[in-house]
Structures are given as structure tokens and as C-alpha cells.
Design a protein around this ligand. Structure first.
Ligand code: SF4
Length: 411
């Protein structure tokens, strides 16, 4: 099937800003009352040990907590009716179930939502950090674009965020927490979906938000294994895509330890150009990245690797580039996401003309690759983004997210 679509018109639509009841950030950061969100079963068992639960009981209690936290989305211990009152009180004294704090929520008329989330500083007293998380509904599918770091070090020249310094890696609770916040805001926990009030809203996860996930591999792995756990959040690994700029030594490990889908920010077919667009290419050139893809555990025709390719006018969008792309990917079970560039103030690039994108896409398609061109979504909330973030540095994040949000998976 030809999955190609026309780009959306440039109209700016109406924005709904939803008021958010503030949760106390202190509850999330208080070192004496850490959140249980993001803990694995083993870590939950340890947490139970600290409130005096005997070892022989822990497995059963962990199962109860797991169910309440990750399947039902409990936000307080009070609601855990299957847990004894005494244990609930003991847990409440030591722990919370807090997620990252939602500072602002923006809702687009096309259903796209964006949340600005506040995370604690690394050390007590440090200024809180902020990341964005974007939800893009599309028919039966709802994709959540999740961040892995605050800031990024990789300086991709088409990405405004690349100019931001890396602040810190997110911990598992902050990565899982983004998914839980989305489920909270969309009323997407099991009670609602099982009652048939509405279908599952968050069906797909893409690690394509702020940061390079394979520069934070352990925390991303731990978080995604929780997200994929069938007794909890339960998003299948086939519906979770990790997007990397090509951190070659970590690619195989991501496949074997997480087993999710892989996407690679390719964007160029020659090392000389990719060195400029994705400077990490100087360390891990195209041939090495593609070799790692060929060896990606589980890659097959039904589990294809996505190659993201941002369309830059006169830079990487020639017919020759398209032919070279097809040659380069020969033998790799691949699909190619063509992403119309979303220009930002001061950027030296322009988006390719639509005609050129179509010609490029045609060549890729005729070579047997699905080559969807993603329709920009949520343009209205991007336009109003200044209400979310005011500094230039922060504005840049929204541009990058806009770009990334267009590169969604097909599953
Ligand atoms: S595209 Fe991704 S890896 Fe490159 S600078 Fe932007 S956030 Fe970092």
C-alpha cells in the first residue's frame, strides 16, 4: 500500500490550554519519600523490605503493587484495596506514587497534546528541569513521543535542540513517568478502557523526544522493560521504537536487552554530509551504523528498522541521493520515514519542495520500501508554544519535537 500522504495545510488552528491541578513537586523529590514509579519488581521487593514486609510475602505484595501502579495507575496508596491498611500506611510514610509534574498541557484541535513536565534537579535544592512529551493520535493508533535526557550533546545541525547543553540523564521513573502522565491525562488506565468507555489511547511509544537514548542506555532499558511488561502498562515491544543517531556500540545491546523496534536518524547517504548533519557520524560513520543495523537482533521483514530522513532543500534531496539511499539499505529490512524539515529561526536549511519530496519518495517506494511522508501534526500548539516556554533555548525544544513527532512508527 502506498502510505504516502500529502502535507497538512499551514493553517493555525485553535488551541486549548487545559488548567492543571499542581501536585507538589516536593513529594517527587523528597529524598526521604521517593516515588515507587519506575521501580522494577526486584526494586519494589527491596522497597517492601524497608517497611518490614517479610521476604516470603514479598513476591505476592510486589504483584499487588505492580498491578496497582502500572496496570491501574494508582496515584495514592489509599486506593489499594487489596493491600492491608497497615501496609498502605507504612508505604505512605516512606514512599509516594508521584510522577513528573505537569506544568502545562496544550491540546490541538487534531487531538495532539503536549505536556511540559517538570523534573527535579539532580541534587536537592537545584532548579527543576523541564522536558516535553507529545501525544499524537492517528486513527486507531496513539503515539507518545518520550524524552530520555534533559538537553542533548549531539549537535545535529538541523536540530535546534542540539545547541542545548546536556543537563542530565532521566532516571527510569522519569521515563516511565512520562507514559503514566499521558495515561493519567487521557484517562487511559485499565478501569476506563476495560469498561469500554473508550479504546486504548496510548498504543505506541517512540523514544524520539529530547536526548539520545543510547547515551542513557541502562535507564532507558529499565524503563522500557517496565513499559512493555504485559502485567502492567503492557505496550508491546513491537510498538515501542527507540530512535538513535547511531551510537554503534549500544545498538546490539538495545536489541538483545530491550528487544524493541529500532529507528536510525540517517538523513544523509554520504559521510561528508552526514558528518555535518549528524556530527556523531565522525565517530561512527554510515558503514558502521548500517553494519550494526544488519546485526540488530530480531530485525526481519516483519520487524523492519526505520530510517529517518529529514528532507533538506538542495542538501540531501536529489534524485541521486534517493538512488544512493536505496543502494545503501540493500539487504536491510528497512522502512524509510521522509520528514519534511520544519524550519526554525536562524536555521540554515529549508524544507525541500513538495514536488521534490514526491519524486524522492517515488524512487524509494519503487525500490520496494514503504516511504511514508509524515503529515505535520499539532501545528496549532506548536505555534502557541511560546506560552509553554519562553526562552530561545526552550523554544528550540519544541521545534525539535515537532520534527520528531512527525517520524512515527507504522505499527
Ligand atoms: S536530533 Fe536528537 S540527537 Fe541530534 S541534537 Fe537533536 S535531540 Fe540530539
Amino acid at each position: 500500500m502506498d502510505a504516502r500522504v500529502k502535507p497538512a495545510h499551514d493553517t493555525v488552528e485553535t488551541v486549548t490550554l487545559v488548567p492543571i491541578e499542581k501536585t507538589a513537586l516536593e513529594r517527587y523529590v523528597a529524598p526521604d519519600r521517593p516515588s515507587l514509579v519506575g521501580l522494577s519488581r526486584a526494586a519494589l521487593a527491596d522497597a517492601l523490605g524497608t517497611v518490614g514486609v517479610a521476604e516470603r510475602e514479598r513476591k505476592m505484595r510486589v504483584q499487588q503493587l505492580w498491578n496497582w501502579i502500572y496496570l491501574r495507575g494508582a496515584t495514592s496508596f489509599d486506593v489499594m484495596s487489596s493491600v492491608s491498611k497497615e501496609l498502605r500506611a507504612a508505604l505512605d510514610e516512606r514512599f509516594t506514587l508521584a510522577r513528573p509534574e505537569v506544568v502545562v498541557e496544550q491540546v490541538s484541535v487534531d487531538g495532539t497534546r503536549k505536556w511540559l513536565l517538570r523534573l527535579p534537579g539532580e541534587v536537592p535544592g537545584e532548579r527543576p528541569h523541564e522536558v516535553e512529551c507529545v501525544y499524537i493520535p492517528d486513527g486507531e493508533r496513539g503515539t507518545l513521543c518520550v524524552s530520555s535526557q534533559v538537553g542533548c550533546t549531539l549537535n545535529c545541525s538541523f536540530c535546534h535542540t542540539g545547541t542545548q547543553r546536556l543537563v542530565r540523564n532521566l532516571i527510569p521513573g522519569e521515563i516511565v513517568g512520562q507514559v503514566m502522565v499521558a495515561r493519567d491525562r487521557l484517562n487511559d488506565w485499565v478501569e476506563t478502557t476495560h469498561k469500554g468507555e473508550h479504546k486504548r489511547q496510548v498504543t505506541n511509544i517512540v523514544m524520539m523526544g529530547m536526548g539520545e537514548p543510547l547515551y542513557n542506555p541502562d535507564n532507558v532499558r529499565d524503563a522500557l522493560l517496565i513499559v512493555a511488561d504485559g502485567e502492567g502498562i503492557g505496550i508491546s515491544k513491537r510498538r515501542i521504537t527507540l530512535s538513535t543517531s547511531g551510537v554503534v556500540p549500544e545498538i546490539e545491546r538495545a536489541g538483545s536487552e530491550i528487544g524493541c523496534m529500532l529507528a536510525v536518524s540517517l538523513h544523509a547517504v554520504r559521510d561528508e554530509l552526514r558528518n555535518e548533519l549528524v556530527p556523531l557520524n565522525r565517530k561512527y560513520p554510515i558503514a558502521q551504523v548500517l553494519d550494526a543495523c544488519r546485526n540488530y537482533p530480531g530485525a526481519s521483514n516483519s520487524k523492519r528498522i526505520t530510517f529517518e530522513y529529514v528532507m533538506l532543500k538542495g542538501v540531501n534531496d536529489s534524485i541521486e541521493d534517493a538512488k544512493a539511499l536505496v543502494r545503501l539499505l540493500k539487504g536491510i529490512p528497512a522502512k524509510i520515514n521522509l520528514i519534511p524539515f520544519n524550519p526554525w529561526p536562524g536555521s540554515k536549511y529549508e524544507c525541500s519542495d513538495w514536488d521534490q519530496i514526491e519524486k524522492f519518495s517515488e524512487i524509494v517506494f519503487n525500490a520496494g520500501y514503504a516511504s511514508p511522508v509524515r503529515t505535520p501534526r499539532g501545528r496549532d500548539i506548536l505555534a502557541a508554544c511560546g506560552q509553554l516556554k519562553s526562552t530561545t533555548e526552550k523554544l528550540s525544544a519544541r521545534e525539535r519535537l515537532a520534527l520528531r513527532a512527525m517520524a512515527m512508527t507504522d505499527e
